[in-house]
Write a protein that binds this ligand. Structure first.
Ligand SMILES: Cc1cc2nc3c(=O)[nH]c(=O)nc-3n(C[C@H](O)[C@H](O)[C@H](O)COP(=O)(O)O)c2cc1C
Length: 154
């Protein structure tokens, strides 16, 4: 049987809720991507040009440090990666996570939540950045119902 991992980063709990739904439906292992330094409310203020999130997202090469405690990363066949949309794409901490564990040759699919923005550019971006991964089309799962989740994971 396929081993499924649901890894997510969630700054305020919205993506976490969707990640838990996916774990329930798939029976996969739920794993939180944890920043070494937690994001404070001030860090998350996108209106502030000098907030941590703004600075990180302005620099595509930023790689906010994570706590690297995912066990048996190589044992998973399918990896769902969840994140909140930041500045129309994935927070760069997602790059930190992918680069920490590589996932070469694995099937990886992202899901995201947002305040309304689409995230359709992320598929192309990930494909270009990590061509050794077998990317499946990602999806925005704002306010997803159980049926939405079931349709997504097939
Ligand atoms: C720094 C930052 C940037 C954001 N940028 C966007 C954006 O570009 N488009 C959008 O629709 N929502 C944006 N949002 C809103 C989040 O994507 C949304 O609230 C998300 O559901 C939060 O998920 P979380 O609780 O898992 O962190 C942004 C939020 C933050 C903190």
């Amino acid at each position: 049987m396929e081993k499924i991992l649901i890894a997510y980063f969630s700054a305020s709990g919205v993506t976490e809720k969707v990640a838990k739904q996916i774990a329930d439906v798939t029976g996969g292992t739920l794993y939180e991507i944890k920043p070494e330094v937690k994001y404070t409310a001030a860090d998350l203020d996108w209106r502030d040009r000098n907030s941590r999130s703004t600075i990180e997202m302005r620099d595509k090469s930023s790689r906010p440090a994570i706590i690297k405690d995912l066990k048996d990363a190589n044992s998973f066949d399918v990896i769902y990666i969840g994140f909140p949309v930041w500045w129309y794409t994935a927070p760069t901490i997602i790059n930190t996570f992918i680069e920490a564990y590589s996932f070469e040759g694995k099937t990886v699919r992202f899901f995201a939540t947002s305040g309304g923005s689409d995230v359709s550019g992320a598929d192309k971006q990930f494909q270009a950045q990590y061509p050794a991964i077998n990317w499946k089309p990602g999806k925005l799962l704002n306010g997803a119902s159980k049926k939405d989740i079931e349709d997504f994971v097939v």
